[in-house]
Design a protein around this ligand. Structure first.
Ligand SMILES: [Zn+2]
Length: 134
């Protein structure tokens, strides 16, 4: 009995710490990523769009779980702030991928040809990105 009494509070304490610590850390991490993303991505998208002669409408930075980026029919580009965890080549891959969608909306062969024209390493980078977890 005494032993259980001693163990129980310890267990509860440990559980509370485990529950709260990662949440706080996560929030800070997301805020930091958002700050970095807002400093880096709009400029990089502008640079790549102008050097590769693409036109897009707007850029939004979002915290999403499933996709790195998207491009709407109106050429509004969304990028995931978790991109900031990746190396610059992979970020450029996602940006150029979305910029190519301003011309080719689907993933047809035409799209992949266009992407490879603008980014010769596209296939290799795509494989690497697929292996990367969020
Ligand atoms: Zn795509």
């Amino acid at each position: 009995m005494k032993l259980l009494d001693l163990l129980f509070p310890k267990k509860r304490k440990r559980r509370i710490i485990k529950k709260t610590t990662p949440i706080t850390k996560n929030k800070t991490e997301i805020e930091l990523l958002r700050k970095q993303a807002k400093e880096y991505l709009p400029n990089r998208v502008k640079e790549l769009a102008s050097s590769h002669k693409f036109k897009y409408n707007s850029l939004r930075i979002k915290n999403v779980k499933t996709i790195w980026g998207s491009c709407s029919n109106k050429n509004n580009i969304n990028l995931n702030l978790n991109l900031m965890k990746l190396k610059p080549e992979l970020i450029d891959y996602v940006i150029l991928h979305e910029l190519c969608h301003t011309i080719e909306k689907n993933h047809s062969q035409k799209f992949w040809n266009l992407l490879e024209k603008h980014l010769p390493d596209a296939k290799k980078l795509r494989k690497e990105l697929k292996k990367t977890r969020f």
